[in-house]
Design a protein around this ligand. Structure first.
Ligand SMILES: [Zn+2]
Length: 414
């Protein structure tokens, strides 16, 4: 089937480069932490681009930036598209930004071609997706969707003790619009780079995201006997770090046993007293286990506790645990995945279904309205680093899938 609707490839590329210059690093990456001076600059830039595209701009109380293009039917619900412009420390230039630029390019193309849509279009830059300077990640989309409390998030502080609210005010982006949907939304569509290796391994350019994995995060503590490493015979020891090491290795094995897509990691180990000649008396460490199937996540959680109990018994240490967070997996609306797949097929691109291993703003939006995501292949699967790379053809293809899917939804064709 012939397809008449194509975004402007060169303008997409130039706009990705323009934003990448704001907070750009010598290594070709991006350092644009949420609510930093660089974030203010890119917001000012995005504000200008939205006004130049004749969008009706509003900023909400969490600093989320929206630009609205009216529809022809005053009763029709808006279609929302976007992602985030903040980055990790020395992160990549595509993560988040490609999705915001892709949304902007969609409305620019509608204007070029004089296309009116039944549904209004809104494009959005969500505040603090990365969760690097202020936790949690996906913060302001979470407040918007009613998952997090606005005032609790205002009180979050960075490493210097600045509150999120004070930083929003400092850069002039604590807006006046109430945070949260003030009307029904037709759909939310987000373009993002994959940040994993699958599409490249499978030889695909575009991924239609069907699900986002669920996860369990928690912390285990073992308490043994701190003692002299030279004078204490081996059979007299209760070594908290040996018990912890046992669980950490088994965590990796259990991921291999449980499912093809299960991943499990210990990212933090805190040993006390952390001295070369003292047997570790107390060790606290984390688990992070993820899978698209919530039953597998629960199985992983139970296995972590069972392994910890066995390790504690073997080593003669006390133990305690706390699950800090449990996020169920997200299944995107069939309507959105089918429309994205249909768009990719009609454009004759190589595409496939994929499960997202990381959270995105779309995670929270799925609570509010029909939601879908499209991924662009990431070279080597690298992200949250200056080495993040997607070639321009693949950026263009994924952005064109977003645009064509959004056009179908906005005109009432899907
Ligand atoms: Zn991102």
């Amino acid at each position: 089937m012939a397809n008449e609707f194509n975004i402007d490839r060169n303008r997409l590329i130039e706009t990705v480069k323009e934003q990448a210059a704001i907070g750009g690093t010598d290594g070709g990456g991006l350092h644009r932490l949420a609510l930093s001076d660089e974030d203010k600059q890119v917001r000012d830039w995005f504000h200008e681009q939205m006004e130049a595209a004749d969008l009706d701009v509003r900023i909400d109380e969490m600093g989320n930036m929206f630009g609205r293009r009216p529809g022809t039917d005053s009763d029709a619900a808006p279609v929302l598209l976007g992602s985030h412009l903040d980055s990790q420390p020395n992160g990549g230039i595509y993560d988040g930004a490609l999705g915001v630029v892709g949304a902007l390019e969609f409305v620019r193309t509608l204007d070029d071609q004089g296309i009116e849509t039944k549904h209004p279009i809104e494009i959005v830059n969500w505040t603090n997706e990365e969760g690097s300077r202020f936790q949690p990640a996906m913060m302001a989309s979470g407040v918007w969707a009613g998952v997090h409390d606005r005032d609790a998030m205002y009180a979050e502080t960075d490493a210097e003790g600045n509150t999120l609210r004070a930083e929003l005010e400092r850069i002039g982006y604590r807006g006046s619009a109430p945070v949260g949907p003030q009307e029904e939304y037709e759909a939310y569509l987000e373009l993002h780079v994959e940040q994993g290796p699958y599409l490249e391994e499978w030889g695909q350019s575009v991924g239609i995201v069907t699900d986002i994995v669920g996860f369990t995060w928690g912390e285990l503590t073992f308490r043994g006997e701190p003692d002299h490493t030279g004078a204490t015979p081996m059979h007299h020891r209760s070594d908290a770090l040996v018990a912890a090491a046992d669980v950490i290795v088994r965590l990796r094995r259990l991921a291999e046993d449980l499912g093809e897509r299960t991943v499990a990691t210990t990212g933090v180990v805190d040993a006390t007293p952390n001295s070369i000649n003292v047997i570790p008396g107390e060790v606290t460490f984390t688990w992070d286990a993820r899978d698209p199937d919530d039953a597998v996540v629960e199985a992983a959680f139970q296995r972590v506790l069972a392994e910890a109990e066995r390790a504690a018994e073997r080593e003669g240490v006390d133990w305690e645990w706390e699950e800090r967070m449990r996020a169920p997996s997200v299944k995107f609306a069939d309507r959105c995945t089918e429309t994205m797949a249909d768009a990719a097929a009609s454009l004759d691109y190589d595409y496939t279904d994929i499960v997202a291993g990381a959270g995105h703003d779309a995670t929270h939006l799925a609570e509010v309205c029909d939601t879908g995501m499209v991924f662009a292949v990431s070279e080597g699967g690298k992200s949250h680093s200056e080495a993040e790379y997607t070639n321009w053809d693949d950026c263009y293809r994924a952005a064109n899938v977003l645009a064509n899917a959004a056009l179908r939804v906005a005109t009432g064709a899907a």
